[in-house]
Ligand binder design. Structure first.
Ligand code: C5P
Length: 221
């Protein structure tokens, strides 16, 4: 199925940590030849630069960091270090961090006709006009198992209990903060990935996106 290049079609994919939203967004982007942006990686980048600045940050520095972001710089394994992960959800509470990154995201979206963006506040704050809003959920047990697998690949010695604890804490911060908390937005499609394998996820997402494109008569089967 082809979507004509001039057409604009925007998909938001929100959800808690390790709920499957990144995998899903990448699958959609590949299948429908859309641009993809992980907004989480932007918060991680600000956190990494803050750590490199002896954990000190203020509005001026964050603006400077955001200005320096390039897609190439976001391809960095260090962004997934546990200390970067932890700090990213702490700085994400600050309105000046969110505002600086909001401009970056809006700009990226404006320049992309077909785009899928994943995060926590995409359907609520960044792309409230998205053509399709997805909201991912998954049981904590399954999320922890998935994350542990990723850590093992990096030879990390972290155990399941620690992974579960860290995920729960981050989700708590993200759902309960004052600024742009993670919320299910009206009109979003709930995707529970707990019992879905990759093939099932691919089929489900393909059908969801196709249905929405057809509804808007943006493409043909
Ligand atoms: O999605 P990821 O785990 O990479 O995000 C890292 C952190 O960035 C999250 O825990 C969250 O605190 C923050 N974040 C956010 N809003 C987004 C995306 C990520 O607050 N749209």
């Amino acid at each position: 199925m082809k979507i004509t290049k001039k057409i604009k079609f925007k998909i938001s994919a929100d959800g808690s940590s390790a709920s499957g939203k990144t995998t899903a967004s990448k699958l959609i982007a590949k299948k429908f030849k859309m641009r993809f942006l992980s907004s989480g990686i932007l918060y991680r980048f600000c956190a990494l630069k803050t750590i490199e600045n002896n954990n000190k940050y203020n509005e001026k520095l964050i603006k400077k960091i955001v200005k320096s972001i390039t897609l190439k710089k976001l391809d960095n394994k260090k962004l997934y270090n546990p200390d970067v992960t932890r700090l990213s959800s702490i700085i994400a509470k600050k309105p000046f961090v969110r505002n600086a990154l909001k401009s970056f995201q809006k700009n990226f979206i404006k320049k992309s006709g077909l785009v899928v963006v994943e995060g926590r506040d995409i359907g609520t704050k960044i792309m409230p006009d998205a053509d399709l809003k997805l909201f991912f959920t998954c049981s904590i047990k399954e999320k922890a198992k998935r994350r542990l697998k990723e850590f093992k690949k990096l030879n990390s010695s972290i155990n399941l209990k620690e992974v579960k604890k860290a995920l729960k804490l981050r989700d708590f911060h993200d759902k309960n903060r004052k600024e742009s908390p993670l919320l299910f937005t009206k009109g979003a499609v709930l995707v529970d990935t707990t019992k879905l394998n990759l093939t099932q996820m691919r089929v489900k997402l393909k059908n969801l996106v196709k249905k929405e494109i057809n509804k808007k008569k943006y493409g043909s089967l």
